[in-house]
Design a protein around this ligand. Structure first.
Ligand SMILES: NC(=O)c1ccc[n+]([C@@H]2O[C@H](COP(=O)([O-])OP(=O)(O)OC[C@H]3O[C@@H](n4cnc5c(N)ncnc54)[C@H](O)[C@@H]3O)[C@@H](O)[C@H]2O)c1
Length: 274
């Protein structure tokens, strides 16, 4: 039996980047997907490639009835929903907080934060009778400051909070709620930041990686699939950071820590004997 057999997963933002890699992996492993995205052309092309195990549902995640319809599409096309990935995203408002308009704030939060709330809400309603797994996309910008623009950072922190809060309510129904917090990952979102130049984007991501290579969408899809699958059946309320150790400050340790093993007792006193 394949790992995702009998699993039906709705993926917002499933037409590109991390969502697309997740859709491909689920179908390859025997599951079915609803690709819920604004990008009709990319979404329908992906569905044609993936075959009968995939459907496209045009969805604007800022519209509650669209999210509800995407969840319903899982029932209509495949007989029910077992997984929800709240993944749709944009970079959103950038620049100094002193210059960021309330409108840019509202638009960014609507996609990165409010839509995750709505995705959890409607997936939970549909999963209440049989249980399921929900995975939402946070970011290293949801773990520490300085990894993204202000509003993006605020929205991604909110995803971590909602993940904990919703998990505590929904475990009684057998619904697990987790999040993934990627570091920089080579997707069209990052290409856009590099003015559409994939080589510049790759260099930018590679330079920022403590492990010295670029994170690919498939690396994040692997984490999402773990949290959707029965392998994580005892994991809920958790945000899984996938960032090569970046947010642990896991680049090079200060040279002092690499000296010969010894115990430092207090200023001026060191010993190898204790
Ligand atoms: N790429 C990274 O470095 C990175 C790092 C951390 C977190 N993330 C998060 O991962 C998620 C996926 O990003 P990605 O890098 O794959 O980006 P991407 O641009 O490749 O894909 C995002 C998808 O979301 C869709 N989308 C945007 N607004 C939408 C809306 N209103 N309604 C429906 N769909 C909408 C887009 O059409 C696109 O298909 C995002 O939430 C992003 O914030 C990405």
């Amino acid at each position: 039996m394949k790992r995702f057999e009998n699993q039906v997963v709705v993926i917002t933002g499933g037409a590109s980047g991390i969502g697309e890699a997740t859709a491909r992996a689920i179908v390859q492993q025997g599951g079915s997907v609803v690709i819920a995205d604004l990008q009709q052309d990319r979404g329908t092309a992906l569905v044609e490639e993936l075959g009968a195990a995939a459907v496209f549902q045009r969805t604007d995640v800022t519209v509650e009835s669209d999210i509800e319809a995407a969840v319903a599409a899982a029932g209509q096309s495949f007989g029910g929903i077992t997984g929800m990935v709240n993944n749709a995203g944009i970079v959103g408002a950038v620049g100094s907080i002193m210059d960021t308009s309330a409108q840019a704030f509202d638009r960014t939060m609507a996609i990165l934060s409010r839509a995750v709330f709505l995705g959890v809400k409607h997936a939970a309603r549909a999963m209440k009778a049989k249980g399921g797994a929900i995975v939402s996309m946070s970011s290293t910008a949801g773990i520490v400051g300085g990894q993204g623009p202000h509003v993006y950072t605020m929205a991604k922190h909110a995803v971590v909070g909602l993940t904990r809060s919703a998990a505590s309510e929904l475990s009684q129904y057998g619904i697990r709620v987790n999040a993934v917090a990627p570091g920089g990952t080579l997707t069209p979102m990052i290409h856009a930041l590099a003015d559409g130049d994939p080589e510049v984007a790759k260099a930018f991501i590679t330079e920022g990686s403590p492990l010295g290579f670029a994170c690919m969408p498939e690396d994040i899809a692997n984490a999402i699939l773990y949290l959707l699958s029965a392998e994580s059946r005892y994991v809920t309320g958790h945000t899984l950071t996938v960032d090569a150790g970046l947010t642990t400050a896991g680049s090079a340790p200060p040279p002092f820590f690499s000296q010969d093993a010894q115990i430092i007792l207090h200023a001026g006193q060191r010993s190898k004997d204790i």
